[in-house]
Design a protein around this ligand. Structure first.
Ligand code: IDC
Length: 358
């Protein structure tokens, strides 16, 4: 008994030393740790798919067909998860333990990494591009180690028109898709919310430049495309879709602002065959603040679950605003108890736990 205990302590110590000096490249350490072995040959080449029973291990590479997302077995599959707040602003939530809590306690299978292009040290407005890219990479690495799907979100908002920072976007997605071309768990969201008077035609022109850059590295990557008016006008995308496969069109809603009329638009577009991803929604109003409307939120999520449309909730942070899921007074970045969550946090936590996902 005692010998066994010391042997496992010793094995643990050896693993800890090996992991600290990072003798294994890429994502091998977590996969090896999960297998309790130090032999890299003991896991398959795609180390992240080797961790058993994780969402990405079970469901593998995703693809779009008609209005739906499918897993590698040809079964319809729905992603559900949290969106970070701006990663430049709340980098503390990019940790392995945070994502593990979201996977195991919150029952989610997906995380969206929101990288603002302009606000708060945005990528194109003076933020350190190297630091931001390394945060994205950390986020993708942790999600990969945990077998979660991860969305790299080019978070256009104040800049309104994605064409304004198109050159930076092309460079960024070129680099990201080169890095993650063999990752089956990475999705690309190329423009969060075009807004003001930006037309669908002009978003399409932007997409026609960015999509081929991603696809040159990762030929069957799943890509999410934002739509006009803060990603609400999916009807324009349905009327004139882009000429690529494996695309999902973004619909965003804030339940205290966007109600029946936008749900009706969604239903009509899905009936028409449009593949939609609700890559961001809030339980409150469109400012990210104000009151929560849980009745409308429930109607929305029922519709999304019925149609197996994927969704991510805004936002994983402890900012003093209604849409942040962690209480402002709580600085823990993982393992939150229910009373450390905001009202919206408690509600969405219960929702995620009530649905069957993996
Ligand atoms: C909000 C944040 C808020 C921040 C603001 C910056 O919640 O803390 O000060 O952005 O402009 C969106 C956007 C998302 C917004 C959110 C709430 O995609 O970035 O976050 N929202 O306003 N679209 C509709 C609502």
């Amino acid at each position: 008994m005692l010998v066994k205990k010391y042997r496992s302590l010793l094995t643990g110590l050896i693993m800890a030393v090996l992991l600290t000096v990072n003798v294994f490249p890429g994502n091998i350490p977590a996969a090896l740790a999960a297998h309790g072995t130090t032999d890299p040959k003991a896991v398959s080449e795609n180390s992240f798919t080797a961790v058993p029973d994780t969402p990405a291990a079970v469901h593998g590479k995703l693809h779009v067909n008609g209005p739906s997302l499918y897993d590698c077995h040809g079964e319809k599959y729905q992603l559900r998860g949290m969106s970070t707040h701006g990663i430049a602003w709340f980098p503390q939530y990019i940790t392995l333990d945070t994502f593990r809590t979201l996977r195991d306690d919150w029952n989610t299978n997906c995380i969206r990494l929101a990288m603002y292009t302009e606000e708060y040290n945005g990528y194109c407005s003076g933020g350190s591009q190297d630091e931001l890219k390394s945060l994205v990479q950390k986020g993708v690495d942790y999600a990969t180690e945990l077998g979660m799907y991860v969305i790299i979100d080019w978070h256009v908002l104040n800049d309104r028109d994605p064409n304004i920072h198109k050159e930076e976007a092309l460079q960024f997605f070129q680099e990201m898709s080169a890095l993650y071309k063999d990752h089956t768990n990475v999705l690309y969201e190329i423009c969060n919310e075009p807004n003001s008077s930006v037309s669908w035609d002009s978003i399409k022109n932007y997409a026609r430049e960015v999509i081929p850059v991603i696809r040159a590295n990762d030929s069957d990557a799943v890509i999410i495309v934002g739509t006009p008016t803060w990603s609400q006008d999916i009807d324009q995308a349905a009327a004139s879709p882009l000429e690529y496969d494996n695309l999902l069109y973004a619909l965003h809603f804030y339940a205290a602002t966007h109600t029946d009329w936008l749900r009706q638009r969604l239903s009509a577009c899905v009936e028409h065959g449009l593949p939609v991803f609700v890559s961001e929604f809030g339980t409150c109003d469109a400012s990210g603040n104000g009151r929560n409307d849980f009745q409308q939120s429930a109607l929305w999520l029922r519709l999304l679950d019925d149609c197996q449309i994927s969704y991510c909730c805004w936002n994983l942070a402890n900012k003093a605003e209604t849409s942040s899921v962690i209480s402002p007074g709580c600085s823990k970045v993982s393992g939150w108890s229910k009373d450390e969550l905001s009202e919206c946090g408690k509600w969405i936590y219960e929702h995620f736990r009530s649905v069957h996902t993996r």
